[in-house]
Ligand binder design. Structure first.
Ligand code: SF4
Length: 306
């Protein structure tokens, strides 16, 4: 650790990284040069898809209510350079997850209509009353609405509650929550006050299986309204499910991270960073360095916009 200050060492320890993750031939990820390099946006282009593929069932599930029907379903304002902040559109790949065991979903359209204009508290009540996803609503112990304070300028979107979250009714608790809090603390960010944490799904899928597309679509109104109410300056998508759902792509997290995307919220393109889910980081600790860089990029964007 020679050459590192006490504060730097503390940050590394908080991230549970330590000297193990400093490769001899690797740049110091904490140096301003490395952070600047990380924040350099790379543009991704995807092959044009057929009309049938573009008309994917849930193609606009996450468009804010205010923007629905304004943008063709196969276009999305993502992937812009941080310098220009000018959205470009690109052809999207449809999501093709397995429908081998489709979840039974019966949407209550009246409840969803109310959700579209609800305030935060009312929205939380509506979520707690929602039984659209039959399997999830029957097996859940609680709905997990999210952690947020009015002052939060960054929003982290995760996947769905796990066992601990379902038990406690809070997102990102247990081991992965601890890791996420360490990451945030090491960046000087407070959970709740600086960073709101919400999930794509508000109910735990049985046995922690992946959410089905129709469940994600059923819960999209709640997520969209949460984003509208939080009106974040920066969004972090934590893991594959969140990035696939909100960026409408099937690209891997490894390909999506390390650049600035944009998601439209309240008619504005919000800078968005993709990173690995903390539970994946617990299984693959060598990827923690990537998450560290992703959160540094998110914080840099936040500082630029504050
Ligand atoms: Fe309702 Fe969302 Fe829970 Fe499904 S996951 S039952 S849509 S709150």
């Amino acid at each position: 650790m020679a050459g590192y200050s006490k504060e730097t060492a503390r940050l590394w320890m908080a991230m549970d990284i330590g000297p193990l993750w400093i490769g001899r031939d690797e740049d110091d990820p904490l140096s301003p040069q490395s952070i600047a390099k990380d924040s350099t946006a790379k543009e991704i282009t995807t092959a044009p898809k057929s009309v049938a593929e573009q008309n994917s069932t849930h193609s606009d599930a996450f468009k804010p209510a205010s923007t629905l029907n304004k943008t063709p379903p196969h276009e999305h304002s993502v992937l812009t350079s941080p310098e220009s902040h000018k959205p470009k559109t690109f052809e999207l790949k449809p999501i093709r997850r397995s429908f081998a065991e489709p979840g039974i979903v019966e949407v209550d359209s009246e409840l969803l209509t109310r959700a579209q204009n609800a305030d935060w508290k009312t929205l939380q009540t509506l979520v707690s009353q929602c039984t659209a996803c039959k399997a999830l609503s029957q097996s859940r112990l609680s709905t997990v609405f999210g952690t947020a304070e009015k002052t939060a300028k960054m929003v982290i979107v995760g996947e769905a509650p796990g066992r601990d979250e379902d038990l406690q009714g809070k997102p990102f608790v247990g081991k992965s929550g601890e890791l996420l809090e360490n990451i945030l603390r090491s960046l000087g960010l407070r959970r709740g006050a600086d960073v709101a944490i919400i999930n794509v799904l508000k109910c735990r899928p049985p046995n922690n299986r992946d959410p089905h597309d129709n469940e994600i679509a059923a819960c999209a109104t709640f997520l969209t309204r949460q984003l509208e109410l939080l009106d974040p300056k920066v969004i972090v998508l934590s893991g594959r499910i969140a990035s696939h759902a909100l960026l409408k792509t099937e690209m891997s997290t490894g390909r999506l991270r390390g650049q600035t995307h944009h998601i439209e919220v309240n008619g504005k393109p919000i800078p968005t960073v993709v990173t690995y889910h903390p539970s994946y980081l617990l299984r693959s600790p060598t990827e923690k360095i990537c998450a560290w860089r992703d959160f540094n990029l998110a914080k840099k964007l936040l500082l630029e916009l504050s």
